[in-house]
Ligand binder design. Structure first.
Ligand SMILES: Nc1ncnc2c1ncn2[C@@H]1O[C@H](COP(=O)(O)OP(=O)(O)OP(=O)(O)O)[C@@H](O)[C@H]1O
Length: 204
């Protein structure tokens, strides 16, 4: 279980701090719902370890993550910026997610190829991110996150701006991922995404 226990955080000069508190089981999706500026991305950054809370704790399988660096935590994330390396092709960007030293096995290579097919990007492996559309970059970032095989996916508006075909494809991919036991924390403005994917909603 993922337990976010009274996680208190405020930016300097902020009047009232956030206090995030919820639990989620493996294989379930919690949607983080709130107006623009309500703190969804802030919560994602606290979970991922990019921001330090003032108090409270994050527990995964009863173990505190507070002292763990971002790379040690059980999360993989797709944030709005996508963070693709512009000078490296799609395959290499995804490969770096699987193995930071790019020591990829033939099985890894095959998973990348099959993964590109599954997100509708067959044959795009050798392209540079600059030669992709926004929606295609988004799919590469999501595939990279999925292939890292971490137990928890942090998704900040992962399907925004995609056409309906790509959206349906990725929604199904996320449902499959849940069925495999992956826990998903999803920040989304989209009501349909929340209805389709989420088992619970945390309102900010
Ligand atoms: N580094 C920062 N320093 C001070 N205030 C910040 C900082 N980053 C974000 N904020 C403020 O914190 C609030 C929450 O921001 P956050 O990005 O978490 O909201 P959000 O719910 O993800 O919004 P959106 O839906 O528009 O992406 C906003 O009022 C924002 O201006």
């Amino acid at each position: 279980m993922l337990e976010v226990r009274n996680l208190v955080f405020s930016y300097p000069d902020q009047e009232s701090p956030w206090n995030f508190h919820f639990t989620v089981e493996p294989g379930q999706c919690i949607a983080i719902h709130g107006a623009s500026g309500s703190g969804k991305s802030t919560l994602m950054n606290l979970l991922a370890g990019f921001l330090e809370p003032q108090s409270g704790d994050i527990l995964w399988q009863d173990e505190s993550l507070r002292q763990q660096a971002p790379w040690q935590r059980p999360f993989t994330s797709v944030f709005q910026e996508h963070n693709l390396f512009e000078h490296l092709n799609v395959e290499t960007n995804i490969g770096l997610g699987i193995h930071p030293g790019l020591k990829l096995t033939p099985e890894n290579q095959q998973a990348i190829e099959q993964g590109l097919d599954s997100v509708g990007l067959e044959g795009f492996g050798k392209r540079l991110p600059g030669d992709l559309s926004g929606g295609q970059r988004q799919r590469v970032a999501l595939l990279r996150a999925l292939l890292r095989k971490k137990p928890i996916l942090l998704l900040d508006e992962p399907l925004t701006g995609l056409d309906s075909e790509a959206r349906d494809l990725l929604r199904q991919l996320l449902l499959d991922e849940k069925a495999r036991g992956t826990l998903i924390v999803l920040a989304s403005h989209d009501k349909e995404d929340r209805q389709l994917l989420a088992d619970s909603v945390h309102r900010l």
